[in-house]
Design a protein around this ligand. Structure first.
Ligand SMILES: [Zn+2]
Length: 256
């Protein structure tokens, strides 16, 4: 019987990738360099978990983490309904350990990471004066980023644009995608596309969970009305006014 023993490089452990070796019937053979498909959801989720813990620890040290228990409980209660819906619409996410924390830091805005790790900005929610349904839309947008595996797709796109990075560790790639100016610039179109996808999928998810589509759209109205530049794209996000119009049109279609 043929016996295959694999010794592969690991993105997860941050080891430098070199051609993998396998031993077939105890004879060494060189396997092709890991392809994009070697970047698995599990690896990306594990990497996100590590970054999330670090971010939470930094926020806690700065004195901004989960300062308002009532606010956090309110958000978690709404998220629970949406996560329940996500488990039905995206069965692969059923086993995920969803987590929500809040920060009162003013510069931070809401975000989510692979595997369902969400950070909510209390300042942003209060500044926009979001009611339950509007907060549900914000959370649903973040949940949509996670279930659509936007982190993994972003890393894969980065490897297509910067193929020499196949030689580097996954940890270095994570760092570059978040902070390196040339990566941010190159990934900006994808980033905007992912925002639109999360808007659309988020609206559908929240509607499935029982929220009124027209009330959900009010989140985008408030976002646009409170924006200093509602008609201009930012580096990573489409123009708030355009997002609002798109969501209004989608709500119209979904309610017919
Ligand atoms: Zn987003």
């Amino acid at each position: 019987m043929s016996f295959v023993r694999l010794v592969t490089c690991s993105f997860l452990l941050g080891l430098t990738c070199s051609p993998a070796h396998a031993y077939i019937d105890d004879k060494p053979v060189v396997l092709p360099r890991p392809s994009l498909s070697s970047l698995t959801s599990a690896q990306v989720i594990a990497g996100a978990e590590k970054m999330y813990r670090q971010r939470l620890s930094d926020i806690e040290q700065a004195g901004y983490l989960d300062k308002d228990e009532a606010f956090l409980e309110r958000a978690k209660k709404i998220a629970q309904v949406l996560i329940h819906q996500a488990a039905q619409d995206y069965p692969d996410t059923r086993h995920w350990q969803w987590e929500i924390h809040s920060t009162s830091e003013q510069e931070e805005s809401a975000y989510s990471m692979a595997g369902g790790k969400i950070l909510l900005s209390q300042f942003q929610v209060e500044r926009l004066n979001l009611n339950e349904t509007e907060l549900a839309m914000l959370l649903s947008h973040e949940i949509a980023h996670a279930v659509l595996e936007h982190n993994r797709l972003e890393y894969e796109q980065a490897l297509v644009l910067f193929p020499t990075w196949h030689q580097r560790s996954f940890e270095e790639l994570e760092e570059a995608v978040d902070n390196d100016e040339s990566f941010l610039r190159a990934l900006a179109p994808l980033s905007k596309q992912q925002e639109e996808e999360a808007d659309t999928a988020g609206l559908k998810l929240a509607q499935g969970a029982g929220f009124s589509v027209h009330s959900l759209v009010n989140f985008y109205k408030k976002l646009s009305r409170n924006s200093a530049n509602p008609n201009f794209d930012s580096k990573s996000h489409p123009a708030p006014a355009r997002r609002w119009m798109a969501m209004r049109a989608l709500a119209q279609t979904l309610s017919q």
